[in-house]
Design a protein around this ligand. Sequence first.
Ligand code: FAD
Ligand code: SF4
Ligand code: SF4
Length: 434
Amino acid sequence: MEPSRELNFDALVIGGGIAGLQAALDLADQNFKVAIVEKDATIGGKMIRLSKVFPTLDCASCITTPKMAASAHHENISIFTYCDLTSLKRDGQEIKADITQMPRYVDADKCIGCRQCEYGCPVYVPNHEEGNFNFRKAIYIPFSNAIPQIALMDVENCSLCGKCAKVCPTGAVDYFQQPEDFVIRAKTAVLATGFKLTPMDQKPQYGGGKIQNLISSLDMERLLAPHGPYQRVIRPSDGKEPDSIAYVQCAGSRDKTLGVPYCSRVCCMYAIKQAMLLSGALPLADITIYYMDIRAFGKGYEQFFQNAKAMGIEFVKAKIAKIEQADNQYVRLRYEDQEGNGGVVEREHDLVVMSLGMVPDWNPAGVCDVACDTDAFIKSTIPSLAPTVTSIEGVFAAGVAIGPKDIVDTIAEAGAAAMEASKYLNALENPKAA
Ligand SMILES: Cc1cc2nc3c(=O)[nH]c(=O)nc-3n(C[C@H](O)[C@H](O)[C@H](O)COP(=O)(O)OP(=O)(O)OC[C@H]3O[C@@H](n4cnc5c(N)ncnc54)[C@H](O)[C@@H]3O)c2cc1C
Ligand code: SF4
Ligand code: SF4
């Protein structure tokens, strides 16, 4: 299909997580015209889904929402959500990106975000956004502070009953909307494609994803978030508040058999953060963290760890060998006692959280020939001096797209990528000064 339009920008940012937003804002503030392309229906990345952030325990959405809004309202930034990047290549002096606008089955120009369609839709679908703890409708806006506030239809679950179209006050519902191909040309690009978690069912010895009260660390972020699914922490099997909660560290990292031999860097700290928040939310609950080593590497992080111990959170040095369903909805953990009397120990908890590993969200194969490391993250070609420089001239990278890191380092790296991109743009304009 012929692209419907070609758009020109100074800079193209792929990914609208905190890294992409920061890089875009820094470039736009220098008067460069920036396009952000995001595959999700909203910008915000993982950070908008978090509860609070270590080590300050500041509210994550209170930091992310203003950056999302600043990007959306910036006169130099254009945001393209729900887009599939099909090709990103250098084309002479420019970077050319082929993009497909996926159909929302809602006309973005007509939708006013009133949610009448959502209220009218009779179909309930498990809400993946909220760890499947609650339900959304077949037509929905991802969450209350999503940007843009435009509905999208989940056609796989839609019964085509027509109710949403009937109640929509602007006639925005369009069952016949088609994908639209378009091209963005820019002089430079920043890849900020972030991460996804290793799958819950990756390890058969960890129950293969089939144990009900075994949840992921991102699910726990949603349970702890002030605007989360229940405004309280529950165990999924029966909605009861848990009395005993455990964390399994390195549940998807530092394991060659999973192809994730590296440390995901943030799991120790977010487990400690969540444990602290849990001891505030459920003061009578026992909280245990099973760990191989605690990696509290950043400024103030060691103190954060010590504070957690002082609060009564139990730290057990053990690599969990097996996780299985026990009676009474409990989850049984089996491990070798490394610090006490030795031997195999079994303990049961009524909610267990897997600190899963971080792997790249984007696989450039077939889309972009940017070089990647053996761990599949984008390769920094000058890692010690300019970590945001990639193998393609004029294309930079930032955030977890390069490798696991926390928000502080992600934001710093996004600023560095924007600096490199602006240096590159200025050199194109004034080749003699460069
Ligand atoms: C459970 C958990 C808790 C955490 N808690 C903390 C904490 O308290 N403090 C802290 O410092 N860090 C924390 N972190 C780490 C933090 O989430 C990351 O540092 C941060 O989100 C990285 O931002 P990013 O923009 O690089 O990636 P992401 O947030 O993953 O954003 C990447 C964006 O790119 C988009 N994208 C991907 N591929 C494409 C494509 N091909 N085309 C277009 N768009 C694409 C994605 O949809 C996404 O929106 C936590 C992580 C986890 C898993
Ligand atoms: S599609 Fe219509 S009813 Fe739904 S949010 Fe948009 S304007 Fe409102
Ligand atoms: S047509 Fe589909 S999305 Fe619209 S109300 Fe019916 S089930 Fe929901």
